[in-house]
Design a protein around this ligand. Sequence first.
Ligand code: BGC
Length: 254
Amino acid sequence: MTEHNSDLSFGVDIGGSGVKAAVVDMKTGEFVTERLKIATPQPANPDAVAEVVKELMEEADWNGPVGITVPAVVKNQITRSAANIGGDWIGTDCQELFRKHLGNREIAVLNDADAAGLAEVAYGDEQARSGSVMLLTFGTGIGSALLMDGNLYPNSELGHLPFGHTSCEKWASSAVKEKEDLSFKEWAKRVDQVMHEYARLFSPQTFVVGGGISRKADKWVPLLTVEQKVVPAQLRNKAGIVGAAMAVRDGFRP
Ligand code: BGC
């Protein structure tokens, strides 16, 4: 598969446990290859992860532009944080890193939740397309994306907002649900508290809730009491990949 068809783009989503990728049809937001996945190398240092991205590109037989998400703040294409990924990502120039491993091509690197936000407003629920939207992804951490009429304010990092004696993500991520063996009811109560805090500070019109646990949205979304509309993410585990593919197509390089 090559870049000759300009409707196609390639997205890579780097997560704590897996690096996932696919060729995406930008007209529909659908995958045209299967979702490829390689376990995140441990330790997840930049060179080891970039090598995995190269393997995924080869597996997909892709030789065009590449969009890549990282679970970190990205400013001027430099990763500035590393909460759930190896510490040596901090200060990494991602253009330089990925060019070294993937060769000279167009590359765009952005935060994983920001990518999911871009994808959901473009291809997801109608209600997320306009107005002020806060997308939250519940996984190892809590990722956030702030959007207004489809435009992104990048690097919001609301998972790290202080909450009581801890932080929102240490209180209510889905990893915490697992670790503390919380029932959906117990966990939803925590998520609800966190979302009330976000609502108080940002007053979004709509929340979009994503991450793996949005597959079971019926078990917890109905328990939330915020006054905003709460829409389960539609693209599920595709959102990061699709958003990355969009970013490189659109020349979006935070
Ligand atoms: C990171 C964010 C990321 C989120 C979800 C947080 O710990 O700081 O950059 O978006 O996890 O992966």
